[in-house]
Design a binder for this molecule. Structure first.
Ligand code: KIV
Length: 317
């Protein structure tokens, strides 16, 4: 059997034509290569077909269907309530849109917290039913058995350390983590342990730059930062934060690269005003009958009016 389309995972990105302006598929080994070459990884969340297409076509390397969708898409006040079914639904929509980027599904709270077996079977659903190429789980040394079992099951795992939103109650809110020597040591140990267990990359969220920089230097797998400073191997942001659609005060680390709220408001208000003034829809935005049918219709209306007039006359007489 010949396998002509298979590329070696060792073939350098550049030799495969993978850069942000081509359509060559990005794979997890490419992220590793980017780290080795000191090339930053650009990652972003997406939750639906339209935005996932835009994100993918813009040359983003990795798209996370984050459980942040609980807050930015569903309007909930934490990520805790979103379900596996809801995450699968959004992951499928993103999968349909994405050709180039790596699609990662976030395992929601409760989907891997009771038993390792349940975690594995939920992760399998993201791969088999929604086309995810990897899953992300929050936690460190408390998740090592799960990471190993997922890797055994051929499911690449991305870890998530620091400000882990699924631990909001334990943390007492969304506060920057890793601010004491002891906490820094815990984070270092967790990150090294995740790498040894087989994690493919680690998201570092909400921690001092100095800590993320040291973890990044220590690990050979890529770190992807959010609120963790510029020294990580890559960065990730929540799509809605990037384009001002979050309806909340942005965190210190958020940079709004566009204002979709202003763009959408202008469009929606324009529509409302033009419907109210009957300026929309116009003649050019209307469908028309073919000439013959229009003439036949007008003729039948004239005949009908004549019939009605005749009937009225008969009543009066
Ligand atoms: O759910 C999410 O969007 C995330 C990112 C913030 C990393 O976990």
């Amino acid at each position: 059997m010949s396998i002509p389309h298979f590329r070696s995972a060792d073939t350098p990105l550049s030799a495969q034509g993978v850069n942000s302006t081509t359509s060559a598929k990005v794979t997890l080994p490419h992220l590793q290569e980017k780290k080795r070459n000191g090339q930053p990884i650009a990652a972003l969340t997406a939750y639906d077909y339209a935005t996932a297409r835009l994100v993918d076509e813009s040359g983003i390397d990795l798209i996370l269907v984050g459980d942040s969708l609980a807050m930015v898409v569903m309007g909930l006040d934490s990520t805790l309530a979103v379900t596996v079914e809801e995450m699968l639904h959004h992951t499928r929509a993103v999968r349909r849109a994405v050709r180039r980027a790596i699609v990662v599904a976030d395992m929601p709270y409760g989907s891997y917290h009771s038993t390792v077996a349940e975690g594995v079977s939920n992760a399998l659903r993201f791969v088999k039913e929604a086309g995810a190429e990897a899953v992300k789980i929050e936690g460190g040394r408390n998740r090592l058995e799960l990471v190993e079992r997922l890797v055994d099951a051929e499911i690449p795992v991305i870890g998530h350390l620091g400000l882990t939103p699924q631990s909001v109650h334990r943390m007492g809110g969304y506060a920057v983590q890793g601010k004491t020597l002891r906490a820094i040591e815990e984070l270092m140990r967790d990150s090294v342990a995740l790498e040894h267990a087989g994690a493919t990359a680690v998201v570092l969220e909400g921690m001092p730059r100095e800590v993320a920089q040291r973890i990044t230097a220590e690990l050979s797998i890529p770190t992807i930062g959010i609120g963790a400073g510029p020294d990580c191997d890559g960065q990730i942001l929540v799509f809605h934060d990037l384009v001002n659609l979050s309806f909340s005060r942005p965190a210190k680390f958020v940079r709004q690269f566009g204002d979709a709220a202003a763009l959408f408001r202008t469009a929606i208000e324009g529509y409302r005003n033009e419907v109210a003034s009957r300026a929309y829809p116009g003649e050019a935005e209307s469908y028309h009958l073919p000439r013959e049918e229009r003439l036949a219709l007008e003729e039948s209306e004239i005949e009908r009016e004549a019939e009605i007039a005749g009937a009225k006359l008969a009543v009066i007489r």
